[in-house]
Write a protein of this length. Structure first.
Length: 97
């Protein structure tokens, strides 16, 4: 069981590295798609690590993270383009995780 979640983090990073080495020979749409998959894959790895590699989860911190994510979504829906609100909420989100 020790270390079985590590490949979930490194597999897409390896593929992104190969695509960056290929440069312009790879379509930009493929790079964007693989980057989106990498983000989803990393979030999944975080969930795996949180569920299987910790003794307990902090529900207040998870709630704070959910509120921060909801706040980021609302900021985006409101078409707020200033970076300061996103940075503040991002720091809170980082702290909660």
């Amino acid at each position: 069981m020790n270390g079985w979640a590590i490949p979930t983090v490194t597999d897409i990073a390896f593929a992104l590295g190969i695509l960056s080495l290929l440069g312009n020979r790879v379509p930009a749409s493929l790079k964007i798609f693989l980057t989106a998959v990498a983000i989803a894959d990393d979030l999944g790895a975080i969930v795996i690590i949180a569920l299987f590699y910790t003794a307990d989860l902090s529900l207040p911190m998870l709630f704070l993270a959910a509120v921060a994510i909801a706040t980021l979504i609302v900021l985006n829906w409101q078409k707020i383009t200033r970076i300061a609100p996103y940075m503040i909420v991002g720091v809170i989100l980082w702290f909660s995780f």
